[in-house]
Design a protein around this ligand. Structure first.
Ligand code: PLP
Length: 403
């Protein structure tokens, strides 16, 4: 998209003039590359006007960032409760980048959203809990697998807002004592949530609705949050994240080639793709599936993305081909780590001091690692991996890490 109005051009000019030369103190590899391959050519040898009219990619990044800032304001029409520490940092990982064939790896630290040790659900819960409070809820109810990060963060958000929380935990994975009682489950109890168990292969949404109905019959006002907080209200958290990230990428001067992350209950990817398309960013987004086959997961994400786009008043902004999932890193199944999952956990920990989780963020990271090794992500390209959190679940998987 070519910008024609004067403000973006002024913005670009300011950036070009402020850009450090490659010889100044510390410049991250991507900034250096941006300077040398995209900006320096025009700074060294051509008048500014030439670079402004010829370098369309700079203008389009800039206009996406400006549009993202405007669109972020439009989200103020929806009720929101401040629960997350935002914006989360965007950090360059030099040792990981070196180990992955010189692909420049940046981590968007949504594991640092604050609430109950952080993770992606904090963003969704800002909008979901606001709706619960607005509706005068006494209880919030939700469901997830035994080691659900979503349930843990919902329990914490309810505690913070003085609401009662009741959760249904599905035995989706046959785990040992640590899996069943440690990690997220221990924290659910600590945050004061009540919980009940369900066996595998049930319709958990129906189970949850039935329990909510029982409580309502007893006179309680119940607000039901779907599994993973994945509905158009929760997905607003990731529309907002897309706007935040597009602006951050522009501020840091990183010409990002890919954004990728783990996708499960779909709200993260649906929100991100909607937000990216709504602000006309052209950065490709890829979700690494943790449970369902590629076509099933893509259809689920697209359905929610369409509903989310409608909610923000841009019903046609997402196309089916914008939703791309790779489910080759699921391994033995949901919640059971593959060798590549454990390798990713060890690699991120040993090279960058980062903690991934065995169910989501490490399966996504296994995909990232493999894409770098196979050359799908190329040396010198800039890749943002959205770290969605979940490390609390490591305590439920102790035996995988005992030496
Ligand atoms: C740590 C972590 N990462 C990623 C995801 C996937 O996000 P979504 O459910 O929005 O697809 C989840 C969902 O539960 C999660 O807990």
């Amino acid at each position: 998209m070519k910008t024609t109005n004067i403000f973006p051009l002024t913005f670009v000019a300011a950036k070009l003039l402020l850009l450090p030369s490659a010889s100044t103190a510390f410049v991250s590899p991507s900034k250096q590359m941006f300077a040398t391959t995209k900006h320096m050519k025009s700074m060294d040898s051509a008048p500014l006007a030439v670079s402004l009219s010829s370098d369309v990619s700079i203008e389009s990044d800039t206009s996406a960032a400006i549009s993202a800032a405007q669109k972020q304001k439009e989200l103020e029409q929806f009720p929101r409760t401040k629960l997350a520490h935002l914006p989360t940092p965007l950090e360059y990982c030099p040792r990981l980048s070196e180990a992955l064939n010189g692909v420049n790896i940046y981590i968007k630290r949504d594991d640092c959203t604050g609430l109950a040790t952080g993770g992606n659900k904090a963003r969704k819960l800002e909008w979901l809990m606001a709706e619960a409070v607005e509706q005068g809820a006494e209880y919030v109810m939700t469901q997830g697998a035994t080691q659900s990060n979503h349930c843990r963060q919902t329990a914490a958000a309810a505690a913070k807002l003085g609401l009662k929380c009741h959760i249904l935990l599905e035995e989706r994975v046959k785990g040992d004592a640590d899996y069943n009682e440690n990690g997220n489950v221990m924290l659910d109890d600590l945050f004061g949530a009540s919980r009940e168990k369900r066996g595998p292969n049930l319709d958990m949404a129906a189970e949850l609705e039935a329990v909510a109905e029982e409580y309502r019959k007893k006179g309680h006002n119940v607000y039901v949050i779907p599994g993973g907080g994945s509905n158009p209200t929760g997905a607003l958290g990731y529309v907002n994240c897309a706007y935040e990230l597009v602006q951050q990428i522009e501020e840091q001067g990183i010409p990002v080639d890919h954004i990728c992350h783990a996708t499960g209950s779909t709200g993260t990817q649906a929100g991100l793709v909607t937000g990216l398309k709504a602000c006309c960013s052209t950065i490709p987004l890829l979700g690494y599936g943790v449970r369902f086959a590629k076509d099933i997961q893509e259809a689920k994400v697209f359905t929610l993305a369409k509903a989310t786009a409608e909610k923000i008043g841009m019903p046609d902004c997402v196309d089916a081909e914008d939703v791309v999932v790779d489910s080759n890193y699921v391994g033995p199944g949901y919640g059971t780590p593959a060798e590549s999952t454990i390798e990713a956990i060890r690699m991120f920990a040993e090279l960058e001091g980062l903690l991934l989780d065995p169910v989501y963020s490490a399966k996504g990271a296994a995909g990232l690692i493999d894409y770098c090794r196979k050359g799908h992500f190329k040396p010198g390209e800039n890749v943002v991996y959205l770290h969605t959190g979940g490390a609390v679940a490591l305590h439920g998987y102790l035996h995988y890490f005992q030496k």
